[in-house]
Design a protein around this ligand. Structure first.
Ligand code: UDP
Ligand code: MG
Length: 313
């Protein structure tokens, strides 16, 4: 086994991707041919139910540069990447998807840029997203906009997990103990010298995206709640505004009653406003609940992932 520090670690989270594994490995071999032995391919099987892990083991048998981690169940891509970060040794580290949406052949160009201009992180920015629906593109656009307004850290828009990092950045990422890790945010949060690299995101090589809208929604909630408490503050402002409106309305109706002797009517308005205020209150209770739930989960300090098996590590 290669004990010296490799030049590059390629981390690939894999979940039910038996049709992509072999092709992915082949593409890696081509893209990183110039690295020779000076590279490690870390595949993290995120609890696949199909033949993915066996395919990975076959690769690892033939090629000791291939290292495998099998997680005990599906922990999600963020946890799988974390498992990779925790064991990788490279002076540069990159995360790639097994579906080859982010082209491996760009990695060496990104490293070259980092070395030439002395960057610690070079993150891929999607100039164009092929094979993605209008709805996904719009929701992604909106998410980055809202996120940008809400959190203090700057998360570059149209940026996924595709990036190259120097070892100290990965070392910094290892220090996070939070279980609900919104990687895109953490990558920015750590700081260092970062720059963008524009590229075209390709459609999947095979299979379907593992993220349905429900999962993306939860992912967005994770992102917002872990990097911003503005939704909580929002409740204060809305409450303040409503109290102010109520105060002036009261003044208005009271003076109307005393000056013009108007009898106050309006059963309908009453019901509507009670329901309206009730709704707003419930909504903010829900938001508080979101944060509370997350505090509850974090307070348990459970491990981010559980490893079931390792190969070549
Ligand atoms: N993935 C994972 N665990 C999951 C979901 C996805 O390890 O629970 C992996 C998946 O195998 C792929 C990468 O994360 O290598 C990105 O997933 P996908 O292509 O489904 O996401 P998208 O490209 O649509 O954002
Ligand atoms: Mg994909």
């Amino acid at each position: 086994m290669n004990l010296k520090t490799p030049f590059l670690s390629v981390i690939t989270p894999v979940f039910n991707e038996q049709d992509n594994v072999a092709h992915c490995y082949k593409s890696y071999c081509e893209a990183f041919a110039t690295c020779g032995e000076d590279i490690e391919f870390i595949f993290v099987d995120d609890g696949s139910k199909d033949d993915t892990y066996n395919s990975l083991l076959q690769l690892a048998q033939r090629d000791t540069r291939v290292k495998c981690i099998k997680l005990a169940r599906n922990f999600g891509k963020e946890a799988a990447m974390t498992a990779g970060f925790d064991v990788c040794k490279g002076r540069f580290v990159t995360t790639l998807d097994v579906d080859l949406q982010d082209p491996p052949e760009l990695v060496l160009q990104m490293i070259e840029l980092a070395e030439k201009e002395n960057w610690d992180v070079v993150y891929g920015v999607r100039q164009e997203r092929q094979g993605e629906t209008i709805w996904k593109k719009t929701s992604a656009f909106l998410f980055y906009k809202i996120m940008g307004k809400m959190s203090e850290i700057h998360i570059p828009s149209n940026t996924g997990d595709f990036r190259i990092m120097r070892a100290p950045v990965v070392e910094a990422l290892r220090q996070f103990s939070e279980t609900q890790r919104f990687m895109k945010g953490l990558f920015s949060w750590v700081g260092f010298r970062q720059t963008a690299f524009y590229y075209v995101r390709k459609p999947r090589y095979s299979g379907k995206s593992k993220y349905n809208y429900f999962r993306l929604w939860n992912f967005a909630m994770d992102g917002i709640t872990s990097f911003s408490n503005i939704p909580l503050r929002f409740a204060t402002y809305v409450g303040f505004l409503f109290a102010l409106v109520a105060f002036f309305l009261a003044l208005f109706y009271i003076s109307k009653y005393f000056i013009f002797g108007d009898q106050i009517q309006g059963f309908l308005t009453l019901i509507v406003s009670i329901l309206f205020i009730g709704g707003i209150q419930m909504m903010f209770l829900g938001i508080i609940g979101e944060y509370l739930g997350r505090i509850y989960i974090e307070a348990k300090h459970r491990p981010v992932y559980i490893v079931q098996e390792r190969k070549n590590l």
